[in-house]
Structures are given as structure tokens and as C-alpha cells.
Design a protein around this ligand. Structure first.
Ligand code: GLU
Length: 440
């Protein structure tokens, strides 16, 4: 991974297009040659090259995370009453307000971000900005701070954002006064990070809301998915469609040169390189992400179906029973299906198909061997329990080799509706029981 990142860095570090943002005067001081790349895996392994530890202000890359905080505090329905989730097709600082209602288009453009950060609760013990900073820090897995010089610089010059805040307030769509809203928003944008922090933050969203480095559950899986969805459609402003088409990953750009992308259940990626294109995206970052996506096949819609390795054995009962135990070698009595790995929807469908095939041979009993299954999703649990119940209703004896109790109770809590088929530690024991019962 480090070599792949290093290769990208050398390939694109010579690119000279783009301009360092200057409308926030302090950002002009950034080194246009700085170029850092970082990737964090779902096991929390960090890989980085170049200026990946150089501090810069997070700017708009904060927006998905503050949106996450608003969603975690208030829920999607309440947040959506204040800020929509439609791509605006406009620049970051456009007056992207819904006709008639004045509701901002989405939380990735400034108008929506002002509203999202204003929705964060504010109490004397936990002031709004403290919550935001603490929350961003949990995403990054270390305490972050504010670059006061950049904050002041944007505060002094940020009239357009102030104007936006007043406009939204006048439409009754800003929950706090415009001065407070912009102060909080400017501070949030001035939080200092580096590319490795951003990669950990992106990886936390990709990892279903749990920081893969610290193990901290920052938001629920549901909130993480909601944020990634809005990043995918709106994260790159008026370049969002083109980005999803070519790079195919939920992403967010920032005007200081930071860029993140998340591969759901795969990785978090970040870059730092200050020169920007017309849409406010880091030129080198964009080039590097596009090349990496292509080279590693990371496009979300490019999901090649891997050959099924879930079902390792299907016997119909015609074949002699494999393995040791009292009924080994017998035929005609017990059909067997064995599965392995982690069972999700796709894998459960394979197992169900295997069970059908096994039962079609006419054997009175069916054994499902889950001894080598090492995880099961709630949907797979429900599918298998229903499939096995159907086999029982059709008159088969069913038994499980399920030493870990994968089908004993729904994963993640909840009570089973009934006990389900009898469970045994081994396939041989399950087959022996079936052979006895089936022979009755
Ligand atoms: N603080 C910046 C602004 O509101 C953020 C813009 C960006 O990063 O795209 O202008």
C-alpha cells in the first residue's frame, strides 16, 4: 500500500495546475508543493507518504462529520426538516436554498453546513463548539485543536457566509442567530488536522461509524451510511456527478487542499495538496484518487461477483456420509450442506440454494454444518431460520452442526421466536441424530 501511494505521489507531484485558495487570506501561506497521501484500512492499519503529517485546517472536510453529529443528536427526519439532501449542482458558497421554503440543498454546501452546525445542541456544560471539536477528535482518534490565525482570517473576511446565514435566518431556516452560526462554522472549518487524521476520519465512516484505529464507536452504522450517501451525491459540489462517475467513491473536498474518500467496508483515503481546481478540489488529490480507484478497482458500482466460496459441501444423501461418527459411509438418509466464512445476504442465498439442492435428492434428513462459519448478519440469520423452517414444514428432519450457536439467537441481541432445529457440536453428531429420527 505504501508503495502504491508513493508511486501516485511521484506521478502527480509535478502537476502544476490549480491555485492555492486566497479568499481566506491566511490560507495563502500554504506550501503549494506539499503533497501527502494517507490510507487507513478497516483493521486500522495506516499507510502514508509525503506531507501526510503536515497540519492544515480541515475547512469543508468538516462538513460530513458535523452533519453526522447533527444526525446522531436529532435523527434523519428532524435534520432533514432543516437541511435537504439534494445535489445543488452549484459552487460551495452558492445561495443553494430550496425555492419557496429557503431550506438549504444539502449539508455539504456552505448554506447547509451553517444549518447543520447550528443544529448541534448547545448547553452551559457542553457548549456547541466543544461538542463539535470533541466529536471531530473522536473521528480522528486524537485531540484536535483550532488554528486561531485561520479562524480570525476567515472571521474578518467571511462576509459571504455571513450574508448566507442572514438569508437563511430570514427564511426561518436557521435555528440560531447568524452571528453565532457563522462563528461556530468558521471555528469548525479552522480545526487543525493532517492527512493521516483525515484518512482515519474517512475510515471511521467506511467502517460503519466505528473508528478502526481506536475502536471507539463514534456514530451508528445508520448515521455513517446516511453521511456517506450525502457525500456520494453532494460531497464534491458542482463536480459531484462527474466524481461519482469517474472515481466512484463518497468524497469531500476542502478549500485548504484536503480531500477524503471512503470505500465502504474497505478503507479511508485522504490527501493534502493545496492547489485547487475551479470546483475547489485539490488538483493533485483528485488525480491521485482517480488513478488509485482505477488501479485498485475501487469504484463503488464496480462490484465484481467473486466466485462463491460460502458453500463447501452439498450432498443429497445419495453419497455416503462423509466424516467419522456412527453413520459415516451410510447412504440415502442424510443430506448435508456445509458453509464457511461470514454470512451476509449473498452468502445466505448460496446456503439456501445449497439446502434446496441437498433436499431435492429425497433424503428424509438434512444437516446444515455451520462449524466453519465465523460471523452472521441479522438478514442472513433470518433467511436461514426461515429456510430451515420451510424444510421442516416440508417433512424433513433438520439438524445443525453449530458449535458457536450462530443460529441459536439473532445476532446483535433479540430473542429467537423458537428454538429452531436441534444443534450439535459436530456434523457427525447431527447426522447421527438425523439418521435415527429419519429412520423412524
Ligand atoms: N471555510 C470555507 C468557506 O466557507 C470552507 C469552504 C470549502 O472548504 O470548500 O468558505
Amino acid at each position: 500500500m505504501t508503495a502504491a501511494l508513493g508511486e501516485l505521489r511521484s506521478r502527480f507531484s509535478g502537476v502544476r495546475q490549480g491555485e492555492v485558495a486566497s479568499y481566506i487570506p491566511e490560507l495563502r501561506r500554504a506550501d503549494p508543493d506539499a503533497f501527502g497521501l494517507a490510507l487507513v484500512s478497516m483493521d486500522g492499519h495506516p499507510y502514508s507518504v509525503g506531507e501526510a503529517r503536515t497540519p492544515f485546517t480541515v475547512q469543508s472536510v468538516s462538513k460530513p462529520f458535523v452533519y453526522a453529529l447533527a444526525l446522531a443528536e436529532l435523527g434523519l427526519d428532524e435534520v432533514s426538516a432543516w437541511v435537504n439532501a439534494e445535489p445543488s449542482g452549484e459552487a460551495f458558497n452558492a445561495i443553494s436554498l430550496e425555492r419557496g421554503t429557503g431550506r438549504p440543498a444539502n449539508a455539504m454546501v456552505n448554506a447547509g453546513a451553517l444549518v447543520a452546525s447550528s443544529l448541534v445542541p448547545d448547553t452551559p456544560e457542553h457548549p456547541r463548539f466543544d461538542r463539535i471539536l470533541a466529536f471531530l477528535s473522536r473521528f480522528a482518534g486524537r485531540p484536535l485543536d483550532v488554528d486561531e490565525a485561520v479562524y480570525r482570517s476567515e472571521s474578518v473576511t467571511g462576509d459571504r457566509n455571513r450574508a448566507l446565514a442572514y438569508l437563511i435566518r430570514s427564511a426561518g431556516r436557521l435555528p440560531v442567530d447568524p452571528v453565532t452560526a457563522t462563528q461556530t462554522y468558521f471555528r469548525q472549518c479552522a480545526v487543525r488536522v493532517n492527512a493521516v487524521d483525515l484518512a482515519v476520519m474517512a475510515a471511521t465512516l467506511a467502517h460503519g461509524g466505528e473508528n478502526p484505529v481506536t475502536g471507539d464507536r463514534v456514530v451508528s452504522e445508520e448515521v455513517a451510511a446516511q453521511v456517506l450517501a450525502v457525500m456520494a451525491t453532494c460531497g464534491m459540489y458542482d463536480a459531484s456527478g462527474e466524481w461519482l462517475l469517474r472515481v466512484g467513491l463518497p468524497a469531500k473536498s476542502g478549500v485548504s487542499g484536503g480531500l477524503i474518500a471512503a470505500g465502504p467496508a474497505r478503507f479511508g483515503l485522504a490527501s493534502y495538496s493545496p492547489p485547487l481546481d475551479a470546483a475547489g478540489t485539490s488538483v493533485r488529490g483528485r488525480a491521485a484518487f482517480a488513478a488509485l480507484s482505477q488501479r485498485l478497482g475501487l469504484h463503488l458500482m464496480l462490484n465484481p461477483a467473486l466466485p462463491g466460496s460460502t458453500v463447501t459441501l452439498v450432498t443429497t444423501g445419495e453419497d455416503p456420509l462423509p466424516g467419522g461418527g456412527p453413520v459415516a459411509g451410510e447412504t440415502g438418509k442424510v443430506a448435508v450442506v456445509a458453509a464457511q466464512g461470514a454470512l451476509d445476504f449473498t452468502a445466505a442465498e448460496r446456503v439456501l440454494h445449497g439446502l434446496d439442492e441437498a433436499a431435492s435428492g429425497g433424503a428424509p434428513s438434512v444437516v446444515l454444518d455451520l462449524a466453519r462459519v465465523d460471523g452472521i448478519e441479522p438478514v442472513a440469520y433470518a433467511m436461514l431460520r426461515q429456510g430451515l423452517a420451510r424444510l421442516e414444514r416440508a417433512g424433513h428432519h433438520v439438524a445443525l452442526a453449530d458449535p458457536a450457536g450462530r443460529l441459536a439467537a439473532p445476532p446483535g441481541g433479540g430473542r429467537p421466536r423458537d428454538g429452531g432445529p436441534p444443534r450439535f457440536a459436530t456434523r457427525a453428531e447431527a447426522a447421527a441424530r438425523c439418521a435415527r429420527e429419519g429412520g423412524r
